[in-house]
Ligand binder design. Structure first.
Ligand code: SF4
Length: 270
């Protein structure tokens, strides 16, 4: 079967090739998968906005209120919260719920009544090829400004740090999606927009052809490294700070060896 690549698959390999092996080659099953609360919050916000826009795609003139959006978020949070959500020392569930409220309030203030663009789809699955390698990706939301012949790829970020615009230009995820959509709609102008929800900031990224070409080359380099490691059955470990948040830390021999076979202690759970 052909391997299908994605931005997150490449990112796991770049963080630690051994984690890639555990996930995609060994298909390692985890007894107790832990989810950092930051990731859980991000997921709940994404589902809330997905629900909002699904509603608006069907009824573009629907006059949604902030209270409805917050109620949806709280419902999604309560329905999905479980023992696998991991909190670090000093963190509380309430502060993350409040962070969710604040993000949605800012988003509402900046975007109500949500009619500036035509919303086309949410969580759209894209399939495309780069030099014969298959890729898959899911776009948070695609919108359009028909009179400008423009399609907009929207991506929500819930991180608590705000990157520099130049660093965002080097981010490959939206550029990959742009390549996929360009292939399908070569006559459209494609705009890339990040929504930094904690800051209420919307950042448009212009990527030159040269920058896009460089990203393509980097992607193909990583694909080629993965193929060599797969062929040689030799995925190297990268033990470091990120191990604590790696899904495979409890089974990782490289981590245990580095730590002198000490048992990894899970940080505090709720
Ligand atoms: S625990 Fe660390 S070294 Fe082991 S797979 Fe995860 S990131 Fe790699």
């Amino acid at each position: 079967m052909d391997t299908i690549y994605s931005h997150s698959k490449l990112a796991i390999y770049e963080r630690c090739p051994l984690a890639f092996q555990y996930k995609y080659i060994d298909k390692c099953k985890l007894d107790v998968p832990y989810i950092p609360i930051e990731r859980f919050l991000g997921d709940c916000i994404h589902i809330t906005l997905q629900k909002l826009y699904e509603h608006l795609i069907i009824s573009p003139k629907y006059d949604v209120t902030l209270l409805e959006i917050i109620n949806d978020f709280e419902y999604i949070w309560k329905e999905n919260y479980n023992d696998s959500i991991k909190l670090r020392e000093g963190q509380t569930q309430q502060e993350f719920i409040q962070a969710g409220h604040d993000m949605l309030e800012l988003y509402f203030e900046n975007n109500y009544p949500f009619t500036q663009e035509m919303n086309l789809c949410v969580e759209e699955r894209l399939l495309w090829e780069i030099d014969g390698f298959k890729f898959i990706g899911f776009v948070d939301r695609i919108s359009a400004i028909p009179e400008k012949n423009k399609l907009i790829i929207n991506d929500y970020k819930t991180s608590s740090t705000m990157p520099e615009e130049d660093d965002l230009k080097k981010e490959r995820q939206l550029v990959l999606y742009k390549m996929a959509i360009e292939e399908k709609y070569p006559e459209k102008e494609i705009e890339l927009v990040y929504h930094f929800l904690r800051f209420g900031k919307k950042i448009k990224i212009d990527v030159t052809e040269e920058e896009q070409e460089n990203i393509k080359k980097e992607v193909l380099n990583t694909v080629s490294e993965i193929q060599i490691d797969t062929w040689e059955k030799n995925f190297k470990s990268r033990v470091g700070e990120r191990c604590e948040w790696c899904d495979y830390v409890s089974v990782c021999n490289a981590y245990k060896k580095k730590k002198g076979d000490t048992v990894f202690v899970q940080t505090k759970l709720l």
